[in-house]
Design a protein around this ligand. Sequence first.
Ligand code: PMP
Ligand code: GLU
Length: 400
Amino acid sequence: MSKAKLNKRIDMIEPSMTIGISAKAKDMCETGISVLTFSAGEPDFDTPENVKRAGIEAIKNGFTKYTAAGGINELKDAVVKKEKERNGLDYTRENVCISVGAKHSLYNIGAVMLEEGDEVIIPAPYWVTYEAIVKFTGATPVIVRTKEENGFVLDKNELEKAITGNTKIILINNPSNPTGATYEKEDLQFIAELAEKYDLWIISDEIYEDIVFDGYKPVSIATLSDYAKQRTLVVNGTSKSYSMTGWRIGYTCGDKEIISAMTKLQSQSTSNPTSISQMAAVEAIIGPQDSVTMMREKFEERRDYIVKALNEIEGLTCVTPKGAFYVFPNVSSCYGKEYEGSKINNSMDFAMVLLEKARVAVVPGIAFGEDDFVRISFATDLDTIKKGMEALKQFVNALK
Ligand code: PMP
Ligand code: GLU
């Protein structure tokens, strides 16, 4: 029998490494091997009680049937209210599409906007999925690298140099996964001006907007001019702020025609996001926000610990993230060395040998477009972080 002949685009992308490494660590745990896991990009906290109750109520009330493909009006209204109160953005229901997680929102934006020949500018290090989504549409990701010594903040000249006649979208992620870097208002202003000058669209992935440190207050690029408002697709969701990764609710706010195209696509593909999750998301977004504050404070405490611990390991350097729940230390001084006979030449080797020999799971930087680094998620308890950093220190010290 001949092998299945797949669409050529599926061969252009790799499976998500963040999900892959987490699954490997989980498999090891299930076979009785204890692994200190720092690979998952999901909060370790339970979904807040009021949110769970809203989901249970939805089931009890029989709210278990199809809904409108682009989401229920209650949830769109909650998103509109939240974007107005929090970010000063004026939207109506027609500007909002609810999807099955922010990943789905991003995928659908790509599917309705991009085609072969289009270019999308993505600052690196970038979240794994951005590049894959763009490639899958047949468009071309154009990577603009940022530097560790500049705190992974985008260089304005580099950005402008990357723009060509084919550039369609600039994709920004504030705060960033994997570096935790944040954008200042003037950087966003510059990007908004570039978009206007070159007639570009902006995708602003704001999923970590609530997880910010040192008093940083994120500004949405969509607020910076009328043009930016018209041309920005704001992407967000409940996964990170409310620890609702499994509920799968994301949303996009922006241009009515794009929203309508995304809704049409959903009507012919996934249909609606789960009815029960939508009801829970309404409560998450407009209900009490004290759990968000609690999680943010815990993340900041862990961030402080982990950055200090990493910088104390000889040979490693780690920029202090201002948001999200990841650190992205430079481990390249370990390359060319070996651990108990296993050679380490790149971030993949580093992550694999660390997992197999020291039982610590991190994600290789190459997944995010930078091979000198690994990503460590601190969305786990402080005790695990302390043990993990100690194990990492011993591992690095034992390299020869
Ligand atoms: N954007 C970024 C930057 C992320 O880290 C994630 C996490 N998976 C997402 C979007 C998508 O999250 P979800 O699909 O769970 O809403
Ligand atoms: N965004 C998370 C991460 O970066 C979850 C995994 C994924 O969706 O890729 O690890």
